[in-house]
Write a protein that binds this ligand. Structure first.
Ligand code: UTP
Length: 443
C-alpha cells in the first residue's frame, strides 16, 4: 500500500499536504519520519488516554518497606562480592540521558552541564571518572551504555569526543538513541514541527529497554558476559556508578531480578515517587498519583508509611533486560505546548513500570546526603547550587572522617580519580592533593 493510503487509513493523511512543494531531500526526510511512527498505536493511545485514572479505588496499595544497607551486617561481604563481579567483567553501567532537561533550561545535553564546582567538571565527566576509578581497582573496564535521544545524540558524542572520552577506552562506551513518539494535537492529529519534520519527542526513559535491545547493545553486553546492569539518570551528582556493594547485595539474593536504591522521604508531601506494593506487585507511584490519605499516613513515631523515595538508581539482572525487551510497558500521557500547539498530547513510557512486570525486586536503602543530589531546576531545590553544596559537604565529611584538619568555612571537591566514595584519604593525601585533585570552595 502506498504512503498516502496507509496514512488515510489511520486518519493522518494531512501529513502529506504540500508534499509537492518539498525538495527531494525534504520529502525523503518526511517519509522516513512517518515510517518511524506507529500511527495505529498513537491513535489507540489518544482514544484511551482522554480520561483514564492511574490509581483506582479497587487497587490494593501497601507500603514496600526497606532498611538502610549500611546498617546491614552483610555490607562488607556485599562489597567484596561486587568487586569480584567487577573484576570478572560481569557489571555494566547504563545511563539514560535522552531527556530534554527542560526545567534546567540548558541548551545542550544535560550531562554536559557544568554545575559550577571549582573543577568545572560536567556531570558526564564526574560519572566517567567514577567509572574509571572502579575499573582501575577492579582491573577490568566497565562497559558504559549511554542512551541519548535524536535531539541530543550528536551533541552528546561531540562532548565525549572533545574530552577524549575522559580517558576511558573508546570501545568500552556505546552510544545509542532512544525512540520517539509524534505529538498529537487536541483532535488526535499528528503535529509537524516544520514542513519536512514531524513533532517527534523522546518516548520516555522507559524506552530504554527497547532501545538497548534494538541498538544491539543488549547483545553486546551478553557477548561480554555482563550479568548485572546498573541503570541510572544523568543528573544525580552523587551517583555511585556501578556501586560494588549494591551489585553484591543483588547477586547474593537468589530470587530478585532487580534492585533499586531508595532514600527516606523528607516529609510526606515531598514531591517524589515512592515504592509500594500495588495489587501484590512492587511498583512506583508518582507523587501526584498517590492518594492524599496514603501520602499522609504515618507510623506511630510520625514517620511516613510510604517513605521509600525513588531516586532512579536501579540494578537489573541481564535476564530481566532480556525479558523487558519484548514486554511492552504502559504508556503515560501529558498535555503540553508542543511547537506552538497548545494542549498537545505527548506519550511516554517510564522505566519504573518495569518493576511490576518483573515481579520480584529488593530495595536498598541509602542516605540522601551520601547518594542523592539531583540537578533538575535552575534555582532552589534540586538545582546546581544545592547539588554543589551537597557534594562539597559530603566530601568535607570524608576528609574529616579520615582525620584531616579542614577549613571549617570551606567545602571541598575531591576528584573521583583519587577517591570513589571516601576511601584512600588522609592528611598526607590532603596536603599533597590540595589545589590539584582536592579543591576548596565557598558554600
Ligand atoms: P527527568 O524526568 O528528570 O526529565 O528524567 P529530564 O528530561 O531530564 O528533565 P525535564 O523533566 O525536561 O526538566 C530522568 C532521567 O530520564 C532520562 C533523563 O535524561 C534523565 O536522566 N530520560 C527522560 C530519558 O532518557 N528519556 C526520556 O525520554 C526522558
Amino acid at each position: 500500500m502506498d504512503l498516502k493510503n496507509s496514512l488515510l487509513q489511520v486518519g493522518q493523511d494531512h501529513l502529506l499536504e504540500n508534499i509537492d512543494s518539498l525538495s527531494e531531500a525534504e520529502r525523503l526526510q518526511l517519509e522516513k519520519e512517518i515510517a518511524s511512527q506507529d500511527f495505529h498505536l498513537l491513535n489507540q493511545l489518544f482514544k484511551e488516554h482522554s480520561s483514564k485514572p492511574i490509581i483506582s479505588t479497587d487497587d490494593e496499595i501497601l507500603p514496600l518497606t526497606f532498611d538502610l544497607a549500611e546498617n546491614n551486617i552483610k555490607q562488607d561481604m556485599w562489597e567484596e562480592t561486587g568487586f569480584l563481579l567487577l573484576e570478572q567483567g560481569q557489571v555494566a553501567a547504563f545511563l539514560v540521558a535522552g531527556g530534554q532537561g527542560s526545567r534546567l533550561g540548558f541548551e545542550g545535553p544535560k550531562g554536559a552541564y557544568d554545575i559550577g564546582l571549582p573543577s568545572g567538571k560536567s556531570l558526564f565527566q564526574i560519572q566517567a571518572e567514577r567509572i574509571s576509578n572502579l575499573s582501575a581497582r577492579a582491573g577490568h573496564p566497565i562497559p558504559w551504555c549511554i542512551m541519548t535521544s535524536p535531539l541530543n545524540h550528536e551533541d552528546t558524542i561531540t562532548h565525549f569526543e572533545d574530552h577524549h572520552f575522559f580517558g576511558l577506552p573508546r570501545d568500552s562506551i556505546r552510544f545509542f538513541s532512544q525512540g520517539t513518539m509524534c505529538a498529537l494535537d487536541p483532535n488526535g492529529k499528528a503535529i509537524k514541527s516544520s514542513k519536512e519534520h514531524l513533532a517527534l519527542v523522546p518516548d520516555g526513559n522507559g524506552g530504554c529497554f527497547r532501545a538497548l535491545a534494538q541498538s544491539g547493545t543488549l547483545a553486546w553486553l551478553i557477548e561480554k558476559g555482563v550479568r548485572y546492569v546498573f541503570l541510572y539518570s544523568v543528573d544525580n551528582v552523587l551517583v555511585k556508578v556501578a556501586d560494588p556493594a549494591f551489585v553484591g547485595a543483588l547477586a547474593s539474593d537468589g530470587r530478585a531480578l532487580s534492585s533499586s536504591k531508595v532514600v527516606r522521604k523528607k516529609h510526606p508531601q515531598e514531591k517524589v515517587g515512592v515504592f509500594v506494593i500495588k495489587n501484590k506487585k512492587p511498583s512506583v507511584i508518582e507523587y501526584s498519583d498517590l492518594p492524599e490519605d496514603l501520602r499522609s499516613e504515618t507510623y506511630p513515631d510520625g514517620s511516613p508509611l510510604y517513605d521509600g523515595a525513588n531516586i532512579a538508581i536501579h540494578l537489573f539482572r541481564i535476564d530481566a533486560l532480556k525479558k523487558l525487551q519484548n514486554t511492552p510497558l504502559p504508556w503515560h500521557s501529558a498535555k503540553k505546548t508542543v511547537f506552538g500547539v497548545n494542549n498537545a498530547w505527548k506519550f511516554e513510557q517510564f522505566l519504573f513500570d518495569a518493576f511490576p512486570l518483573l515481579g520480584s525486586m529488593t530495595l536498598y536503602g541509602v542516605s540522601r546526603e551520601d547518594e542523592f543530589a539531583p540537578v533538575k531546576n535552575a534555582d532552589g531545590d534540586d538545582s546546581p547550587k544545592s547539588a554543589r553544596v551537597m557534594l562539597g559537604s559530603l566530601h568535607k565529611y570524608w576528609l574529616e572522617r579520615a582525620g584531616v584538619s579542614v577549613d571549617p568555612r570551606k567545602l571541598y571537591e575531591i576528584s573521583p580519580t583519587i577517591s570513589y566514595s571516601g576511601e584512600s584519604l588522609s592528611q598526607t593525601v590532603f596536603d599533597r592533593e590540595l589545589g590539584k585533585n582536592i579543591l576548596a570552595f565557598d558554600p
